[in-house]
Write a protein that binds this ligand. Structure first.
Ligand code: DCP
Ligand code: MG
Length: 376
């Protein structure tokens, strides 16, 4: 009898950048549970436990089989006691009582709602929770709260923004971004990054990287694009962050630090002709003239100098966990510092240049991992 080549658990790397993680997840039951646990620890600002669950989720996503017995995880890295307990519960009971507890927890439920609003993070949620607020409706109704411009937009377009972006919508926005950018800089390179580059067909936003390969640089490009969209009535919200990049400065060692590129967090108005639904209630109430024929979409635009493009592309393609592990691998296994701008070799005391993602992996001594295999 022929045997399948044995799966060697001890050969699985603790780093997701040494594994292939496609969107075929054979262990969704477990990884969904871990992600709830991780999120709850994030809300409690317990970074250590949060990461433990994120790493475990990421590892199970990379397995080519479904875990059905405790024996299946023997020898695997990232399987701490908390993680094993939950796997055991799910194997035996079909669900985890600890995860159920979190899902029913008042604080978790409130934070989950609050953080679903654009511009609201853990800190703001904490404040609202302490004030006794529990739902998005309660926050909306409280007229005494001082909201940031970002949060105001978050509430104004809440329904559209929580409904997620489809691949078709991403393609439509991609055309708009490319056309606008190229009307100012015909040779500019506009690349979709984030989840869509990893092959996902839904996302919470659309991420774009913009660079100009030619000799011409244009510091005003982002402002020109934004101004044009304003004039065209396509811009619902925008926050431009100017570049804070300093040449020769060592890459950031902080694993979740923001990069220094000029960028813009925007909400675009995407027109989408709706099918005639004049018989439905909402359109009767609104009157046909007021039927909304657009959707608010979250768009991130990042402008990068051409020499840093490969690093920016690698960083912005994600996943977040894949990026964290790349930087952790670089630091701990290679004595190098990696961020979205550069790679620095601390032993040789030099910056390593790269014109492509393949070259970055090569500098790190890693086998290349395709974008669709980075869904860690
Ligand atoms: N990223 C980064 N620096 C930031 C923000 C994000 O390097 N300041 C990276 C990590 C993410 C990727 O960019 O993997 C895209 O960020 P998103 O939050 O948009 O994540 P995804 O696109 O992966 O997921 P989603 O489908 O939720 O948009
Ligand atoms: Mg995204």
């Amino acid at each position: 009898e022929l045997e399948m080549p044995a799966f060697i658990a001890t050969k699985v790397s603790q780093y997701s950048c040494q594994r292939k993680t496609t969107l075929d997840n054979y262990n969704k039951k477990f990884t969904d549970a871990f992600e709830v646990m991780a999120e709850n620890y994030e809300f409690k600002e317990n970074e250590i436990f949060c990461l433990e669950f994120l790493r475990a989720a990421s590892l199970l996503k990379s397995l080519p089989f479904s875990v059905t017995r405790m024996k299946d995880i023997q020898g695997l890295p990232c399987m701490g006691d908390q993680v094993r307990d939950i796997i055991e519960e799910i194997i035996e009971e079909g669900e985890s009582s600890r995860v159920k507890e979190v899902l029913n927890d008042e604080r978790y439920k409130a934070f989950k709602q609050f953080t679903s609003v654009f511009g609201v993070g853990v800190k703001t949620s904490e404040k609202w929770y302490r004030m006794g607020l529990r739902t998005v409706e309660e926050v909306k109704a409280d007229k005494t709260l001082k909201l940031s411009k970002m949060q105001k937009a978050g509430f104004l377009y809440y329904e559209d923004l929580v409904s997620c972006v489809s691949k078709a919508e991403a393609d439509a926005v991609s055309l708009i971004v490319k056309n606008t950018v190229c009307s100012f800089l015909p040779d500019a390179l506009v690349t979709i990054t984030g989840g869509f580059r990893r092959g996902k067909n839904i996302g919470h936003d659309i991420d774009f990287l913009i660079t100009n390969p030619g000799p011409r640089e244009d510091d005003e490009l982002l402002h020109k694009v934004i101004d044009l969209w304003k004039k065209q009535g396509l811009l619902l919200y925008c926050d431009i962050i100017e570049s804070t990049f300093v040449k020769e400065q060592l890459p950031s060692r902080k694993v979740d630090a923001m990069d220094h590129f000029q960028k813009c967090f925007a909400i675009l108005k995407l027109y989408q002709p709706r099918v005639d639904n004049s018989t439905c209630n909402t359109s009767k109430k609104l009157g046909m003239a007021e039927v909304k024929d657009w959707k608010a979409i979250r768009v991130d635009l990042v402008i990068t100098p051409f020499e840093q493009y490969a690093y920016a592309l690698l960083g912005w393609t994600g996943s977040r966990q894949f990026g964290r592990d790349l930087r952790r691998y670089a630091a701990h296994e290679r004595k190098m510092i990696l961020d979205n701008h550069a790679l620095y070799d601390r032993r040789k005391r030099i910056f390593l240049k790269s014109g492509s993602e393949e070259e970055i992996f090569a500098h790190l001594g890693l086998d290349y991992v395709q974008p669709w295999e980075r869904n860690a």
